[in-house]
Design a binder for this molecule. Sequence first.
Ligand SMILES: *[C@@H]1O[C@H](CO)[C@@H](O)[C@H](O)[C@H]1NC(C)=O
Ligand SMILES: *[C@@H]1O[C@H](CO)[C@@H](O)[C@H](O)[C@H]1NC(C)=O
Ligand SMILES: *[C@@H]1O[C@H](CO)[C@@H](O)[C@H](O)[C@H]1NC(C)=O
Ligand SMILES: *[C@@H]1O[C@H](CO)[C@@H](O)[C@H](O)[C@H]1NC(C)=O
Length: 439
Amino acid sequence: MMQKKLALVVGIGALTFLLMLRWEHVMTLVNLMSSKRPSAEPELPKGTITPIPGSRHLMVSAFKDHRLGGAIRVISIICKQELQPLYCVLCANAKADAKADAKADEALNQCAFSPAKVAVHSESFGFPFVTSDVFCMSPALQQATHVSITANPNANLTFVSIQNQEVKESFKYNFTVCISNLFGEYNNALQFVQTMEVYKLIGVQRVVIYNTSCGPDVEKILNYYRKEGMLEVVPWPIDKFLTPSTGWKYDLHHGDMHYYGQLTTLNECIYRYMYQSKYLLLNDIDEIIMPYKHANLEKLMGTLQQQHPNVGVFSIENHIFPKTQFDDSGRFRLPRWRSVPGVNILEHVYREPDRKHVFNPTKLLISPRSVEQTSVHSTLKQFGPVFNVPFDVCRIIHVRVPLQGQLSKDQLFVDKKLWEFEELLISSIDRALNESGVL
Ligand SMILES: *[C@@H]1O[C@H](CO)[C@@H](O)[C@H](O)[C@H]1NC(C)=O
Ligand SMILES: *[C@@H]1O[C@H](CO)[C@@H](O)[C@H](O)[C@H]1NC(C)=O
Ligand SMILES: *[C@@H]1O[C@H](CO)[C@@H](O)[C@H](O)[C@H]1NC(C)=O
Ligand SMILES: *[C@@H]1O[C@H](CO)[C@@H](O)[C@H](O)[C@H]1NC(C)=O
């Protein structure tokens, strides 16, 4: 036992040393190429957000895009008013791969400088910092494993690894929900647990949440689902770099960037899960994309995809269930849930009607491999057509403050879809509340 541990420690130590050596090597090359003094320590990112040296821009993560001939896309946040030239440094680091063999040992680290091509997304809601793709294309370095973006060739560089190196045809998950942001000490624990358990029952296998901040009860719930394996929490400390807006529109809410970088995280999620999930659901934490004619998402998409084989973007209507209108019977007003902060979605069975002259916002169910850029309610760039899913086939259950608050109960529709899950749902909500330590 002792010997095994020792071997492991020595092994890890040796590996770390080798990796550092390699990185020093990389840095030396980089420094030679940019003819500046060498830096002692190679910088690897400390988090998901990294400043781009010599600018106010930020880089997030890098992915190879096989649909664009293997171009390297670095998802970034660009200050639109300060568009100076940016440079890519692509490096191939054989040792950084776990499967280093004798041949790889001989392979030298190589780096290549090239001008970056910046594609600022067309949607910014008026804010100065905009989600962007910074493209690095260097045919000389198809084997690149790491990339850095800089406005200042003399700066010390921080490298991010290039993900999605291989195309995959089969996926670990069929349905993954991307929740763009948690912020403002969000503590709506009951609605979150209920929503997660409904997701499971309709066939969601994975949920990804970008976390800027959350309240104490939601923190317990997040940790519960992470341990259980369903949830990936991506740290998103955007407030350490910018003044995020708490609203969606610059004229109304000000700040550097739309809604804590919601558009950046949605796009990041698409690339992060491009080869991990067959479908992605891009909705908020208080929304459930619900099949109304099929038992689950698998059956729904089986039908839709058969009818529309070339479609990779399905647009789903959002419908508001006001949290101010309660079911009269009190059937799910369970005393044991009273101490849990948040909304009990099972009590809100009244749905607002469509307004004739008001556009019904939509959210998206996509095949990530069909999408290049997305906004909140529609994609910005996709491959293939978009299909608007009829309201009676699938729609979003969105329990929140009313949009049409003047309407009385008899002017709203009764929609008890969630009650159909009662048998399995109540006990699984109880279990999650118990085991997370919220109850
Ligand atoms: C690069 O890093 C070295 C070592 O940390 C530091 O001494 C130097 O000032 C840095 N250079 C720049 C341009 O930031
Ligand atoms: C995904 O769906 C396929 C059928 O389309 C099924 O065989 C597979 O088990 C599902 N994967 C998961 C993780 O549920
Ligand atoms: C979410 O982010 C906040 C702020 O960084 C942190 O305190 C908290 O632990 C994070 N929660 C999880 C579950 O990662
Ligand atoms: C939750 O915990 C309570 C008290 O410890 C227990 O009585 C109840 O059976 C538990 N419920 C579930 C679903 O685990």
